[in-house]
Design a protein around this ligand. Sequence first.
Ligand SMILES: Cc1cc2nc3c(=O)[nH]c(=O)nc-3n(C[C@H](O)[C@H](O)[C@H](O)COP(=O)(O)OP(=O)(O)OC[C@H]3O[C@@H](n4cnc5c(N)ncnc54)[C@H](O)[C@@H]3O)c2cc1C
Length: 532
Amino acid sequence: MDELFADVVIVGFGAAGACAALEAADAGAEVIIVERFAGGGASAVSGGVVYAGGGTAQQLDAGVDDSVDAMYAYLRLEAGDVVSEATLRRFCEGSREMITWLEGNGVPFEGSLCPHKTSYPSDAHYLYYSGSEAAGGFRDAAKPAPRGHRVKGPGTSGKMLMARLKAAVRARGIRVLTQTHARSLVQEDGRVTGLVADTLSDAPASVRARHRRLAQYAAKPGIYVPSLRKSLHRRVERFERAHGRELRISARRGVVLAAGGFIANREMVREHAPKYRGGLALGTSADDGSGIRMGVEAGGATGELGRISAWRFVTPPSAFLGGIIVDAAGRRVIDESRYGAAVGEKLIEDHESKGWLLVDAPIVAEARRDGRKQSQWFQWLQLRYLLRRGRVVGETVEEVACRAGVDPQGLRASVEAYHGDRDPAGKPVEFVRRLDNPPYSLIDISVRPNLGYPTPMLTLGGLVVGEDTGAVRSTTGQPIPGLYAAGRTAVGLCSRSYVSGLSLADCVFSGRRAGINSALAQGVLDKNENVF
Ligand SMILES: Cc1cc2nc3c(=O)[nH]c(=O)nc-3n(C[C@H](O)[C@H](O)[C@H](O)COP(=O)(O)OP(=O)(O)OC[C@H]3O[C@@H](n4cnc5c(N)ncnc54)[C@H](O)[C@@H]3O)c2cc1C
């Protein structure tokens, strides 16, 4: 079996792995990245939104007034006690520097502020309210500010983020072993000293090329067509079984697990979050929990595995914020200006996953007028689906309720309460609109398998890590020597509640932390010592 050596070995070349590698290399470590496919992971197919604030250059350019305290106050409401106050404060205090660090590594941002509320801006805007900052219950507790910093690039800009981070990794001369699948960690006297992987590096060029292409298509468009992904991934696994060669890589200082989450592992999702069925796996097929599994096998503890972010966005168009979301009994579900994952969670946890958006004729007309210009192409397809196939219409509130299978009296009561002096769900007054003009529409936004309006889901929990170091904690709370975790393999800032940008921001924060600490850790091995 071949052996390789490095100071720091990183599993996974997504955002967390790339950031860990850059910091470890800058701290003087020799680094090897082990990546199952070509690199990029979920980060490359993501929207590329990074949550940042406290007065970034982009916020200043846009004339936005923000402060570290306001950012902290808002995130405390979202994150709860998933991380300590000191860690959250450190994250907020370092937020401006995080953006300049990314810019220094070639990642472009722009302070072009989106004028309307949306779940993801079109290519005209790169700064927006990406969470629930302006929603009722939040705006009074924390001064709202737009903090969604979308990487500047056309379409979904995760590809730009990862293209630039990959280029920065290449520029540092960091060695990346692509098409190399980490299988298990090597532990000696409790310390993690390396890992065992299967690599396709010696496989025929035609096999490597086909493996690469299949994995690429499984990531996208496979993300939108689960059956296609499944069949492509089966072929990927066949290539790996037939042509993989075992390889050992020893780590003189540490191994960083940055292998993403487990949304592609149905058994794990069923075990930890049984209510979260019928969603679209928001990630790649490598989000199979292998990083978390390896950490657990080494004695690591896990946390927040039951936390899943399930997205039910009703914007764009921003006009839909004027409607109300109700359940099968016609009961109001939530303040519609909350972030889409808060809507998804409420539907799943409290309303048997069923929900409808009630709007009237002027809102539908406005949605038709503004929908295209406020949307990316995939949002436009969804809006068309919702307006054409997901909608029933009636001349009265009661009639539309009967057509949709919603309780008419319950719906009437919700509309009347909404028209009262103060919205009982707490939606801010600028989003509240009277629903007076027939015909009425109920748009089905239930969480169920639905290609026209899928519910994207991503896992938030992972290995428990020390918040100062990123070192994986054992089930007794002790750090496991030589083992670190970052990104969605670890518990992080977004593990209780995700708003757009908070996962990538946490990948940068936790990746950098794990990279620096692993590089500076006291290594037990001499540079030239062969540990195997
Ligand atoms: C469509 C979409 C849109 C999103 N939009 C946003 C957004 O705008 N903002 C935001 O904050 N979040 C967003 N998210 C979520 C976010 O992208 C992910 O949570 C984040 O990218 C995870 O980064 P990571 O580095 O932990 O994992 P990844 O980026 O998935 O990287 C993990 C890497 O590890 C590799 N790997 C896995 N297992 C192994 C193994 N055993 N051996 C070797 N390699 C392995 C994988 O191939 C992969 O390249 C979005 C996600 C999707 C899918």
